[in-house]
Design a protein. Structure first.
Length: 123
């Protein structure tokens, strides 16, 4: 965890929106995209948190690094920025109960030179 002064100007900016929310029976599907797989994953994470609160209300006061592995072949590492959720300051959106494997897709769209990620969140 760190103070706001430790962040670069780049880290203090929310990247351009490259995601959308799609209706799904009783749940919501996140569709995120980017010029790289890394950017598509980043956008998917932003979309998930954007579903839970209005991101412009969140100040970048601290960061946390998260890493997960599955076997020897799959690993993801991310750095998250924000602050503790405060009711009254941050609008309360819909709680995400879980991320499901149902209909999960990672697409390398070589024709359009972009990657897409589709994830269903259980709400």
């Amino acid at each position: 965890m760190g103070d706001q002064e430790q962040f670069t100007e780049e880290e203090l900016k929310l990247p351009p929106c490259k995601y959308e929310y799609l209706d799904h029976t009783a749940d919501v599907q996140l569709h995120a995209w980017g010029d790289s797989l890394k950017e598509a994953y980043e956008q998917c994470g932003i979309a998930m948190f954007g579903y839970m609160t209005e991101l412009p209300t969140v100040e970048i006061k601290q960061s946390a690094e998260i890493e997960a592995t599955e076997g020897e072949e799959m690993r993801i590492k991310c750095k998250c920025y924000g602050e503790e959720f405060t009711l009254g300051k941050h609008p309360q959106g819909t709680e995400v109960k879980a991320i499901t494997y149902s209909a999960m897709q990672i697409v390398n769209d070589t024709a359009n030179k972009k990657f897409e990620v589709f994830v269903i969140i259980d709400i």
